[in-house]
Design a protein. Structure first.
Length: 369
């Protein structure tokens, strides 16, 4: 974990735009070991960029007005300060596609590097086609399926588009130093909300006698009510801390990620967190995850919307703790090999025109193009 303070921003150069309050909370929690690192905080450290979000500097009534609309407020906040920045990294299309039309109309001469998560949605494809790619110096996609959409359906040049594996803090999400033996762990674990197919999980749970524990709540609300109703399924209906979430991962016999099939990489965080925790995984075969479901991993893929297949996979793994342990070791090794935080920061910095090198546990700027 990095223990370096965020460096002062390079004047008039680099910004990082997020769609929420840019306060110090995420960085402080990560430094205290209470939460995983956040990619935009690590990037800010690496290139000395300023993080911008939705809190206006003057606060007061303006802040109260925009509190319910953080994506719009973040876009307006960067727009009013656009002349201070030559390059901005945007954490996703949710905010990027709101600010981009404003920047185009204003004649801003800077460049935007944008992470892309769900460009497969028809509305977003239409917006990309209408705006063109002149404003964007690079698109960073967490799945090759997203790259294909931008190249083949939208028509953007391939040299502006890169697949960069998703980042997981493998220092925070890691097996305990003295793990409970797999055979003594008492439940199947599932968590997450985006694109989750908990109807299939519930149907599969009815076919087996093994206990399940499901965290179906988070920052964007709760799906807990949709998971209830099966005696062997325990549902957490409140937002857990990262420490609590990590404990639930660690005490599970293995992890299930039930999904609706989608070309976006929905479910990726849950997949990689479970792998980083050294868990065997059962995952729905979704096109958006195809980059992560190949190779010598410890993942069983099942067809979408097939409770019988899920129940069979659960029964097979539950009966074979040694197999679970071996699959978990392979998953942990694979996630460590990706080294996703360092790789993501290095590649994104290059797209922003910076060259960096490691310095201890953090990064330092080598030069700015």
């Amino acid at each position: 974990m990095s223990h370096h303070a965020i460096a002062a921003p390079v004047p008039g150069r680099l910004g990082i735009l997020i769609g929420k309050d840019p306060g110090p909370g995420p960085a402080q929690e990560a430094e205290a070991g209470l939460a995983p690192r956040v990619e935009y905080v690590e990037l800010a450290r690496a290139v000395r960029a300023e993080i911008l979000g939705y809190v206006p500097e003057d606060g007061g009534w303006l802040r109260r007005f925009f509190d319910p609309y953080p994506l719009i407020a973040s876009s307006l906040n960067f727009f009013r300060r656009r002349s201070e920045f030559d390059t901005v990294y945007v954490t996703g299309e949710d905010v990027g596609l709101r600010v981009a039309p404003l920047l185009l109309c204003s004649g801003w001469r800077g460049q935007m590097v944008m992470a892309v998560h769900r460009c497969v949605e028809p509305r977003r494809i239409w917006l990309f086609k209408r705006m063109g790619h002149s404003l964007f110096s690079h698109f960073i996609c967490v799945s090759s399926a997203q790259c294909e959409v931008l190249i083949k359906e939208v028509g953007f040049p391939a040299e502006k588009i890169s697949f960069v594996p998703y980042r997981i803090d493998t220092g925070f999400f890691a097996p305990p130093k003295e793990p409970t033996p797999v055979a003594e762990r008492g439940y199947v674990f599932a968590c997450g909300m985006e694109n989750r197919d908990y109807d299939t999980l519930k149907a599969a749970a009815r076919l087996v006698s093994y206990p399940f524990e499901v965290v179906a709540s988070g920052y964007q609300g709760s799906m807990a009510d949709s998971v209830r109703g099966v005696p062997n399924v325990k549902v957490y209906d409140y937002k857990l801390t990262y420490i609590e979430l990590r404990r639930l991962y660690a005490q599970a016999r293995f992890v299930v990620v039930p999904l609706h099939p989608l070309h976006a990489a929905a479910g990726l965080t849950g997949l990689l967190e479970g792998m980083a925790m050294g868990q065997a995984m059962i995952v729905t075969a979704s096109p958006g995850l195809s980059d992560y479901l190949v190779g010598d991993n410890g993942i069983i893929t099942i067809p979408p919307h097939d409770p019988d297949a899920l129940a069979r996979a659960v029964s097979e793994l539950w009966a074979d703790p040694a197999r679970c342990e071996e699959m978990g070791r392979r998953n942990r090794t694979l996630v460590e090999t990706l080294d996703s935080f360092r790789g993501y920061v290095e590649k994104t910095s290059a797209f922003m025109g910076c060259t960096i090198s490691q310095a201890g546990n953090g990064f330092r700027v080598q030069g700015i193009a």
